[in-house]
Design a binder for this molecule. Sequence first.
Ligand code: SAM
Length: 171
Amino acid sequence: MIKVLRLGHRAGRDDRISTHVGLTARQWGAEEIVYSGERDTSMMESLEDIIDRWGGDFTVNYREDWRPVIRDFDGVTVHLTMYGERIDEKQEEIEKAVEGENLLVVVGAEKVPRWVYHNVDYNISVGTQPHSEIAALAVFLDRVSEIKSEFEDADIEVVPSEDEKLTEEKN
Ligand code: SAM
């Protein structure tokens, strides 16, 4: 089971990025995203609307008190940060550590509290330059998981095409 914790959401400013963090988590096989920071029901509802239509078993939750999500997690915890150890050097070790275990991936927005750095199993960088939580999450999950292709109970599915935009309504 893969779960993603998105820290420090700022309503309005982060809506699109936080929605895309959720969609990225789902595409790479996560089962749940937990948002913290400002409670933003409209962002979470618009994400849930997309998920309802495109299917799959993916849960969207909010936790104001996010520390227990890390502290009480039963599995391996990874915080993605440009200050962490290089993914290329730790990938093999993490792959072994998550075999048969749950995985929690933590991504931030602005400044991530120092507490996180000291309470996760791994602080991992995807390159040591600042970029985006969406990119970091996609690259990390692609290294340790895979692109999910089956989304149960979808109302709509893409029909892959060389030169057309094709979809199929399922219900
Ligand atoms: N100074 C931040 C940091 O600690 O990585 C950059 C803030 S960035 C706007 C928001 C989030 O994107 C970070 O909290 C982190 O999760 C992710 N991120 C950005 N660059 C990253 C990188 N090179 N490697 C891993 N994660 C990164």
